[in-house]
Design a protein around this ligand. Structure first.
Ligand SMILES: Cc1cc2nc3c(=O)[nH]c(=O)nc-3n(C[C@H](O)[C@H](O)[C@H](O)COP(=O)(O)OP(=O)(O)OC[C@H]3O[C@@H](n4cnc5c(N)ncnc54)[C@H](O)[C@@H]3O)c2cc1C
Length: 580
């Protein structure tokens, strides 16, 4: 292992030096015995003893990462095997992509046959323009359909629909279709511009392009004018949708508002092309129904509610405890849009519900402070709490009993809980949704591997809390001896048998956000495992193994470790010299 590890470190490229150093390690770990012979074996106790005696060696060793041994296998895997695996895992995606391509080709062929054979128009630019126009109709209808969030939520909730429809890709598909729409519109416009340039018919090219001189269009010959406006609107919309703008802090609202241009684009397209409405009417009616349905966000039983309390977890994160409206129901992993109108008016932001659906009273959101809305909310509550004249009902400091020196400074301040009174205006909240995500399928799988980074863990926390509730519901206490038992084997009746939760964090401190839930789950799991009889445990592999395994990874290293990591090869050698 060391030989392989060191051979990858650039300092030890010289073979001789490498062997010399490996020899030093061997001498360090396999010292000479009483007969002056080098030991050949090292048991764990001896290994542990050496490390205990030499903390500096231990410090150097624990920073060594094991080389990626899978690489070798990967290289050996032949490309078509990988392709086959990809196709197997993405069958429905590929099927939908092929369907999309086939429909597009069919539409192109239809336009060619209709214009060249039936209408006997042989102008190539005109036929190309018509093809572009037809593809605009198709892609517009599809782009709107892909953003029917309620419909997507329904599809996700219906098992047999979602295994055929790749609903998890609807946003990616929307982006792709939007790009195709833009390309089709460009083809349509450029082909018409070329057609005008070829057939001037006594007009200037400018008058044909920018006035009604060309006399085309079914509403007062306005197709050229509406076409130019559409062209400009589409360009604005596309530019503001670029990832570099959309994901830039503070620019999301620009993306959002320019996307509302699809309404004027819809109206202009109806005026521009006589057949457009036939394509768009279905998706647009559904879209309007969804929008009307979502107005329930202002109704007290569905969306208008209030904050019960908030908890400032640390200097970046806060949790909102929201009163659950009586008719609001959701599934694990779903998210809502929230607006706090008395703090930031008319701005809605999506957050995953990280409490479980079994909790009847509360919805919990955990929010990480970014640059705009989230920062305003965080600062509003932390300022309000800090000011002396605030009228918050209760402030509690929940000490996490962590003795570490670095944390104890923070723990005097965090987490802080603020409970709201009924009179407080800033506690008013409106919620819209719920909308689904792929986390909803957790309970349909036997073994799930949940991977979350930082605050991205929130959907899984909801699932864990839900499992705690399910376990607790089946708990019963023996009236004689008081031991805890479970009425039936929860794990046996449920499809989900095993969860591996991988949580990648910058800092170990982030664990405090959800520490209570993780602790509760551990305790519940221990109690459940302890209650299964030894007989059961040996018989059933599933029951013997832990239900949840949490794998925590911290990506940031403390500055003192950073220097150490850089000097690692030298440190190792120096420390081993010390040992021998
Ligand atoms: C389905 C979903 C679930 C989410 N769940 C959580 C969660 O549980 N906890 C959490 O802390 N964060 C969550 N987020 C991210 C959260 O919505 C954004 O961090 C928040 O909206 C940023 O607001 P801001 O004005 O402070 O952002 P800015 O500082 O302006 O921007 C920061 C980033 O957030 C993005 N963003 C800004 N506004 C929105 C918006 N309305 N919709 C989508 N993205 C936006 C921007 O593109 C940018 O990349 C979730 C996002 C989505 C899409």
């Amino acid at each position: 292992f060391y030989e392989q590890y060191l051979s990858e470190v650039k300092y030890f490229k010289d073979e001789k030096r490498l062997h010399e150093i490996v020899e030093i390690f061997l001498q360090g770990f396999f010292p000479l015995n009483n007969e002056n012979q080098q030991q050949e074996e090292l048991n764990f106790e001896q290994f542990h003893h050496i490390l205990q005696e030499n903390p500096s060696v231990f410090q150097s060793l624990y920073l060594i990462s094991i080389p990626d041994q899978d690489n070798e296998d990967d290289e050996q895997t032949i490309w078509f095997k990988r392709w086959w695996m990809y196709i197997k895992n993405n069958t429905n995606r590929i099927a939908f992509l092929i369907l999309y391509i086939l429909i597009s080709i069919a539409l192109i062929i239809y336009v060619i046959i209709y214009h060249v054979i039936i209408l006997e128009k042989h102008s190539v630019p005109q036929v190309i323009a018509r093809i572009g126009g037809m593809l605009v109709n198709f892609n517009y209808a599809l782009a709107v359909s892909l953003m029917l969030k309620q419909t997507m939520t329904i599809i996700r909730r219906l098992y047999y629909l979602r295994i055929f429809i790749p609903v998890d890709d609807h946003i990616d598909a929307h982006r792709f279709v939007g790009t195709m729409l833009f390309i089709s519109a460009m083809i349509h416009s450029l082909a018409y511009a070329l057609n005008f340039a070829i057939n001037l018919n006594g007009h200037s090219w400018f008058s044909l392009m920018f006035t009604t001189a060309a006399e085309i269009g079914w509403v007062s010959h306005s197709a050229t004018i509406t076409g130019v406006i559409l062209f400009v609107l589409l360009i604005i919309m596309v530019i503001c949708s670029f990832q570099c703008i959309r994901q830039r802090s503070g620019c999301y609202q620009l993306f959002r508002y320019t996307h509302y241009l699809f309404w004027p684009i819809f109206i202009l397209l109806v005026l521009h092309a006589p057949n457009f409405w036939k394509w768009a009417i279905g998706p647009m009616v559904l879209f309007c129904f969804e929008k009307i349905y979502l107005f329930k966000r202002y109704l007290p039983k569905y969306g208008r509610t209030k904050l019960i309390s908030i908890r400032i977890e640390d200097e970046h994160v806060l949790s909102l405890m929201i009163e659950k409206p009586s008719n609001f129901n959701f599934h694990v992993g779903e998210y809502i849009n929230i607006c706090l109108p008395n703090i930031v008016r008319n701005e809605w932001h999506p957050f995953t519900i990280c409490s479980s659906p079994e909790r009847k009273d509360i919805l919990r959101l955990t929010i990480m402070k970014k640059q705009n809305w989230t920062r305003k909310i965080y600062e509003h509550f932390s300022k309000e709490q800090n000011s002396d004249d605030n009228d918050m009902a209760e402030i509690t400091v929940d000490n996490l009993n962590n003795k570490s020196e670095t944390n104890s400074r923070n723990l005097l301040v965090y987490p802080r809980e603020i409970t709201f009174t009924d009179k407080q205006k800033d506690a008013i909240a409106c919620i819209e949704g719920p909308f689904s995500t792929c986390t909803s399928y957790i309970f349909d799988c036997e073994h799930v591997v949940l991977v979350g980074a930082g605050i991205g863990i929130t959907p899984y926390i909801s699932a864990l809390e839900s499992l705690i509730y399910q376990l607790r519901e089946q708990r019963c206490k023996c009236s004689r001896c008081g031991t805890m038992n479970y009425t039936q084997s929860v794990l046996k009746n449920q499809k989900l048998k095993k969860i591996d939760l991988i949580w990648v964090n910058r800092d170990i401190g982030n664990v405090s956000w959800f520490r209570n839930i993780l602790d509760e789950f551990e305790a519940e799991q221990e109690s459940y495992l302890a209650s299964t009889t030894p007989q059961e445990r040996t018989n059933s592999q599933e029951q013997r193994s832990r239900y949840l395994d949490i794998h925590l990874y911290c990506t940031s290293i403390r500055s003192n470790e950073q220097t150490m990591l850089g000097n690692l090869p030298y440190n190792l050698v120096a420390n081993m010299y010390e040992v021998i």
